[in-house]
Design a protein around this ligand. Structure first.
Ligand SMILES: CC(C)(COP(=O)(O)OP(=O)(O)OC[C@H]1O[C@@H](n2cnc3c(N)ncnc32)[C@H](O)[C@@H]1OP(=O)(O)O)[C@@H](O)C(=O)NCCC(=O)NCCS
Length: 167
């Protein structure tokens, strides 16, 4: 547990419902006018669910604060939605903080944990496809913006910001 009372543990399949509720609550706040509303509405149900493969991967984490599930996030070696693996490269995956716990350091605790772990496993470059509103959070950790990309959320196009951090 950190000094702020945040505890982090590996997620597991028994957490899928709690994680999906958390992610749905978080992502419902994501459309702050930066997205095309129709695109966002089409993609939202698909990105609001926990990804079972990620949850079972061993590098996806649940943060608890005040006895509640407050945030989640992880990292992977394969790039999101593909099996593409690049030597020394990792990818930040599916970060979300419940609206009740925003700006209390929850995602920071998770990201610090992920970066430490990835560094220990030989990752030299961490990549991230940030939501359009998530970039200030990653920039606070030194990630730099590479550019805008179009992702596909279960076949629904949605813009994201490609970011990276040398570890
Ligand atoms: C992005 C997100 C995960 C950040 O979670 P959080 O737990 O509130 O983040 P933290 O409290 O650890 O913030 C750490 C720092 O990041 C920056 N930051 C975080 N949210 C910010 C915001 N909305 N605007 C500007 N800076 C922000 C600040 O520098 C902050 O430090 P400070 O609070 O001392 O100023 C959260 O806002 C969220 O769930 N957003 C919706 C989903 C999303 O965009 N996920 C990322 C997908 S790639």
């Amino acid at each position: 547990m950190t000094g702020s009372g945040i505890s982090i543990r590996q997620a597991n399949p028994a957490d899928l419902t709690v994680l999906s509720e958390l992610i749905a609550a978080s992502y419902a706040t994501l459309d702050d006018g930066k997205y095309d509303s129709d695109q966002f509405r089409a993609a939202l149900p698909f990105m609001s669910k926990a990804n079972p493969v990620l949850v079972e991967s061993g590098t996806y984490y649940l943060a608890q604060l005040d006895g509640r599930a407050a945030g989640c996030g992880g990292w992977s070696v394969p790039a999101p939605w593909t099996d593409v693996v690049e030597d020394g490269v990792g990818h930040i995956r599916h970060f979300a903080t419940h609206p009740d716990f925003k700006r209390r350091g929850v995602a920071s605790a998770l990201l610090a944990h992920c970066l430490d772990e990835a560094r220990g496993q030989g990752v030299k470059l961490m990549k991230c496809q940030s939501s359009l509103s998530g970039t200030p959070f990653y920039e606070a950790f030194g990630f730099r913006q590479i550019g805008r990309v179009m992702t596909s959320v279960a076949g629904n196009p949605l813009p994201a910001i490609e970011m990276e951090l040398a570890l």
